[in-house]
Design a protein around this ligand. Structure first.
Ligand code: GLV
Ligand code: MN
Ligand code: MN
Length: 407
């Protein structure tokens, strides 16, 4: 099948018809539909699909049997942020299937297995920890801690997995799987706009900025919006508002990024002072010292405003990803393969997190980016043109053929 044919099939799954954005949260019916779609297509191509103990999908293809050693893995994720774009994650999965189609058009004998992977809860949109499936795989997240994670309705990951027919008791790291991987190459839509001015359809990743998420709980006192005197209020919204401005200033002053994109006000009545505000700070920077300085500034500003407003604050780090530098040897080899195919791929760093960044701690890892003409991502406006996606598929197929030792 062509890329466009595959894309059209997946396009409607988990899409909100009102906003046009995707709501593919892990272990929901939308997620199950995406998994079933991938499984059907991988099986139609003769690949053997299995869900690992952490819910990640692996589709094995190769003459040397179903497992490694030195398997060449490609893939990405199918979950989304709230009202996310269609390309983030899904492009890497569809491109992987389309690359298999290109390779299967030729008589393709490989020395190594080629494997397609779909990682669970990459966005952390439901349970708060991004790249949860790959972090569990590598042991970067403890299984008991993961089982106890809750979504916004209080449902635990263990309960959600059980309801979806997966046993949460088996969560945990899998050295046997990781030891079988020779290289992981993730293709992803570009997030940002570096390729368009360079006239390049495909780029290569150099690294990922360190980044993390912090939860801030502002606890105040509910009161009547029409009668409580300003001086008597303990308004957590006011304290939070000052933290939002502090985040913007700290980021601007340090060349970092700091975002409050998720906030829950309680009890959320329009004619009452809130009792509590829960908010999530997402912070990223080119180096760890700048990142930690940015977070410290937001935190101290929030503490000061809480003191001023008679509000209490608790801060908890929910996830942290240190600086990632992708494997230089693998990147050079991929650049040479692409150059031989006439593709000059610029090398980019990104502030976006990826499963490839987590796997990079354990296996040689690389990323290909496909041009995003506007740069917009985590939004229904996210876009990549079909010819660029097809260029990405051809690039991925050439890389897989080279790495797998195609004859
Ligand atoms: C993943 O998309 C992230 O938040 O960086
Ligand atoms: Mn994303
Ligand atoms: Mn992604």
């Amino acid at each position: 099948m062509t890329f466009a044919e595959l894309w059209r099939e997946l396009e409607s799954l988990g899409r909100d018809t009102g906003t046009g954005g995707y709501r593919r949260y892990s272990w929901t019916p939308a997620d199950a539909a995406c998994r079933a779609w991938f499984t059907r297509h991988a099986e139609q191509r003769g690949l053997a699909v299995e869900a690992d103990n952490n819910g990640n999908l692996w589709a094995w293809w190769g003459p040397k049997g179903p497992k490694g050693p030195n398997a060449i893995v490609t893939g990405s994720h199918l979950d989304s942020v709230p009202d996310g774009g269609g390309f983030d994650g899904a492009l890497g999965v569809v491109a992987a299937l389309a690359a298999v189609d290109l390779l299967q058009e030729k008589t393709f004998h490989t020395e190594r297995s080629v494997v397609l992977a779909v990682f669970t809860e990459e966005e952390g949109a439901r349970f708060g920890v991004p790249c949860l499936g790959s972090r569990l795989l590598t042991g970067a997240v403890d299984a008991d801690a993961a089982r106890a994670l809750t979504d916004d309705t209080g449902t635990t990951l263990a309960e959600a997995m059980t309801a979806a027919g997966h046993d949460p008791g088996r969560l945990g790291s899998r050295d046997d799987l990781l030891d079988g991987i020779g290289a992981f190459v993730e293709l992803h839509v570009e997030q940002g706009r570096a390729l368009a001015p360079l006239g390049a359809a495909v780029g290569l990743a150099e690294g990922i900025w360190p980044h993390g998420r912090w939860r801030l709980d502002f606890q105040g006192r509910a009161d009547h919006a029409g009668t409580a005197r300003l001086a008597d209020r303990q308004d957590p919204m006011l304290a939070f508002a000052r933290a939002v401005l502090a985040a913007r200033h700290a980021a601007a002053d340090h060349g970092s990024l700091a975002t409050f994109g998720k906030v829950i006000a309680e009890p959320n009545g329009s004619n009452a002072v809130c009792s509590a505000v829960r908010a999530w700070l997402d912070a990223r920077a080119a180096d760890e010292a700048t990142l930690l300085e940015t977070v410290a500034l937001v935190r101290s500003a929030a503490e000061r405003s809480c003191t001023h407003c008679g509000v209490t604050l608790s801060v908890r780090q929910e996830s942290y990803t240190p600086l990632v530098r992708f494997d230089q040897g693998l990147r050079d080899r991929i650049a040479a393969v692409l150059a031989a195919a006439g593709v000059q791929a610029p090398v980019l760093s990104t502030g976006a997190g990826h499963d490839a960044g987590v796997l990079a701690a354990r296996v040689p890892t690389a990323m290909l980016f496909v041009r995003n003409p506007t740069g917009i991502s985590h939004s229904p406006a996210e876009h990549a043109d079909v010819p660029d996606c097809e260029a990405g598929v051809r690039a991925l197929a050439a890389v897989l053929a080279d790495l797998a030792g195609a004859k």
